[in-house]
Design a protein around this ligand. Structure first.
Ligand code: GLP
Length: 262
């Protein structure tokens, strides 16, 4: 896993550059999108690149990681609303290119395999963006999720409901989420975590044993993951100095010692 430790401004510029490079190399890329506060500065930076540097998402297909079960379409607090306002309205990503695993309680059994089929039909996810739960969840794969799980309905953990309480649609107790096995099939993944509240989850994800008790640790089994971590979220990392040295050498190999240009 490539671990990039930077202050937030530089961190988001680097993460956005990864997305921009993917889309510039393959304009018809399939992106996996995450929601949550962590992702907002990334989407802001992508919007800036769209306006300032002509980055186009016009041919991108996007699949959201997850959605609450039983929310009204585009309800405030829903992930469709989040992604529409954070990305679709601020770039040229077409509204019809944004897919979410939306489901009612009754419809969830059919919605999950249909979502998997839609991802497969699009050719699979090229770059999966991921935030991190305080309990090291990915999407809504709460601790205990099978490392081979597919898109399905999960009950929200109490700590997740508490962490999301400001935006959680009132009655949401469940979500439909890509599984850890689904996420692992993305060709590349970018994990972003910021703030001291994520330090334990970051350490579990990057350095802990691979275990269903820390779902994000499954990323250790993926060959193409970059973790973007700010300094506060990196405080639990035992091998921090090694990651910083390795990153400096990697940038030298890439001819990128200074500030990035997108
Ligand atoms: C939510 C989402 C995750 C997200 C996580 C962190 O529950 N399902 O995809 O990564 O919480 O959210 P935040 O970035 O707001 O801390």
């Amino acid at each position: 896993m490539r671990v990039v430790i930077e202050p937030p401004g530089e961190l988001y510029r680097r993460a956005a550059r990864l997305v921009a490079e993917q889309v510039r190399a393959e304009p018809a890329s399939v992106l996996g999108l995450a929601t949550g506060r962590t992702m907002l500065p990334l989407y802001e930076e992508l919007a800036r690149l769209h306006h300032a540097e002509g980055l186009s998402l016009a041919r991108v297909t996007a699949f959201a990681l997850d959605e609450y079960v039983g929310v009204a379409d585009d309800e405030v607090g829903s992930f469709r609303h989040f992604l529409r306002t954070a990305l679709v309205e601020r770039t040229d990503l077409p509204a019809q290119a944004l897919h979410l695993p939306a489901a009612t309680e009754e419809g969830a059994a059919a919605a999950a395999p249909a979502y998997e089929a839609a991802i497969r039909a699009a050719g699979g996810v090229d770059l999966q963006l991921l935030g991190l739960g305080v309990n090291a969840h990915l999407g809504f794969n709460e601790p205990g999720s099978s490392l081979a799980s597919r898109t399905r309905v999960k009950a929200l953990a109490e700590e997740t409901r508490a962490a999301n309480r400001d935006t959680l649609p009132g009655r949401a107790r469940m979500a439909i989420t890509m599984g850890l096995g689904t996420i692992r099939e993305a060709k590349a993944c970018a994990l972003i975590a910021t703030g001291a509240v994520k330090a334990a989850a970051v350490a579990a994800a990057i350095e802990g044993p691979v275990t269903a008790s820390a779902p994000a640790s499954v990323l250790q089994l993926h060959p193409q993951v970059t973790a973007y971590v700010d300094e506060a979220a990196a405080t639990g990392l035992v091998r921090r100095r090694y990651y910083e040295e390795a990153e400096a050498l990697q940038r030298r190999l890439e001819g990128d010692a200074g500030a990035p240009t997108c």
